[in-house]
Write a protein that binds this ligand. Sequence first.
Ligand SMILES: Cc1cc2nc3c(=O)[nH]c(=O)nc-3n(C[C@H](O)[C@H](O)[C@H](O)COP(=O)(O)OP(=O)(O)OC[C@H]3O[C@@H](n4cnc5c(N)ncnc54)[C@H](O)[C@@H]3O)c2cc1C
Length: 273
Amino acid sequence: MKIATTTLQLREPRSVDEALVMMNEDAPLTPVAGCTDVFVTLNFGQQPARRFINLWPLDELRGISEDGEALRIGALTTYTELIRSDVVNRRMPALVAAAREVGGVQIQNRGTLAGNVANGSPAGDSLPVLAVADAVVVLRSVSGERRIPVTEIYTGYRATVIRPDELIVAIEIPRTDGAQWFRKVGTRAAQAISKVVMAAVRGPEPRVAFGSVAATVVRVPRTERALADGATIEEAQRVLAAEITPIDDVRSTAAYRLRVAGNLLGQWWTETV
Ligand SMILES: Cc1cc2nc3c(=O)[nH]c(=O)nc-3n(C[C@H](O)[C@H](O)[C@H](O)COP(=O)(O)OP(=O)(O)OC[C@H]3O[C@@H](n4cnc5c(N)ncnc54)[C@H](O)[C@@H]3O)c2cc1C
């Protein structure tokens, strides 16, 4: 059943510092950014929180910049902004490809990169790209900043190490050498959650990550190692089949996901020769 909005509270900070003080002194407050995930949970009566803090007006959390070798993407950066950004197109074409596949235009206009990371769905389209890019999640609280590799953020299904008093303020992506690749397989091209999603970088040390094949987004280090050591793609596909254990759920079956993951690995390897 829908949650009545009259039962909800919304705090409206005017700066990130004020938000962090509120989250520390007036806990618990659940951040809302674009609200595209939160609203769905409210609509389906699945949102346990009743007290929220609105990040959307905090322009300090917007912006894309190059910081030395790193690409810094503000927490509130939307998919539309990623798609339109020259620097993201130049440095992280796989992130642009992922952004283009998220929802439809309305969701791309509202949904944010940090929202995708914090929401922690194993089907989050940006997450395999961030995983192969060795992205770092920048967290801030009143006690200071922590920088956590995106691959270490998740402890289980939708569970993260982000503390209730912390905000993601940015995502930082180091220089990525090698051809980038992204592919989402879903029921249709728009407004569909993935059955399997893969991102990869073909450099001297190949990097591969999958979404929707485990409780969290996963890198596949044994498959990466096999490819780096000169295995054929058929051998690497066999290593991958032993490395991931997808599940049956409403969107797909374990057997289909296993087959598709192997096929995507093969497609990537052939296309990026
Ligand atoms: C119709 C529809 C289609 C969709 N299609 C896709 C799709 O194809 N692919 C996909 O990956 N996703 C999809 N989504 C999910 C959603 O749009 C994305 O996950 C989006 O990136 C969430 O961002 P947001 O800013 O709206 O997050 P919100 O809903 O505002 O927040 C999501 C979660 O992140 C937390 N959070 C947000 N910002 C921060 C922050 N800065 N620091 C700490 N915690 C924070 C919130 O507390 C909440 O738990 C879809 C959603 C809808 C409604």
